[in-house]
Design a protein around this ligand. Structure first.
Ligand code: MG
Length: 169
C-alpha cells in the first residue's frame, strides 16, 4: 500500500554483471567490444566473439530479472554458440528478460583496459548496445593504471549494472 495520493512505484530490480577475456595472439580473432569491431587490435580469447561488454551487460540484465547468468542460457559447451555474435546474444537476453515480466530501464558499462582507446568509438558502441537491449546502454572507458594483468594489457574486463522495472501484468 502506498500513502494516500502517492504514485505507485513499479517494482524495480538492479543487477550487476562482470566479464573478462584475455588477449590472444591468434590473428584470426577480431577484437569486438560493444558490437563494434576494432581492426588492427589483438582479439580476445573466447568461445563466442568474446565481446566482454555485451557479456557483462547481458549478465547484469539476467541478474536483475533473477534469471541466472549468461553461461546457463548460452552454455559454452554448446556448439551453437561457437563464434556467436554477442550482440545477438544480448538481444535474446533482453527478449528473455521481457518474457519474464521485466522491462529493461538502462544499463551502464565500465570497461577496464589499457587498449584500445574507446572514446572514438563510444557512440557507436552505445548505439549498437542500446539497439540490442531496447533501452539506453552507456559505456565508459577506464584504464587500469598499469596495475595487475589488466594494467599490463593482458586482457579486457567490463563491469555493468542494469535496472529493470516490473512490467504491468
Ligand atoms: Mg564473456
Amino acid at each position: 500500500m502506498t500513502a494516500a495520493g502517492a504514485p505507485a512505484v513499479p517494482p524495480l530490480r538492479v543487477g550487476q554483471g562482470f566479464d573478462i577475456h584475455a588477449f590472444t595472439d591468434d590473428p584470426a580473432r577480431a577484437l569486438v567490444l560493444g558490437g563494434v569491431r576494432f581492426d588492427g587490435e589483438p582479439g580476445l580469447a573466447g568461445h563466442s566473439d568474446a565481446d566482454a561488454v555485451a557479456h557483462a551487460a547481458a549478465d547484469a540484465l539476467l541478474g536483475a530479472a533473477g534469471l541466472g547468468d549468461i553461461g546457463a542460457h548460452f552454455p559454452d559447451t554448446d556448439p551453437a554458440w561457437r563464434g556467436a555474435d554477442s550482440i545477438g546474444l544480448l538481444t535474446e537476453v533482453a527478449r528473455r528478460v521481457r518474457a519474464a515480466g521485466w522491462e529493461p530501464v538502462n544499463v551502464d558499462c565500465a570497461v577496464i583496459c589499457e587498449r584500445p582507446k574507446l572514446a572514438p568509438r563510444r557512440d557507436e558502441m552505445e548505439h549498437r548496445l542500446t539497439a540490442a537491449v531496447g533501452a539506453p546502454v552507456t559505456v565508459k572507458g577506464n584504464r587500469a593504471e598499469q596495475l595487475g594483468a589488466l594494467g599490463r594489457a593482458e586482457g579486457i574486463a567490463c563491469l555493468a549494472v542494469a535496472l529493470v522495472a516490473g512490467s504491468a501484468r
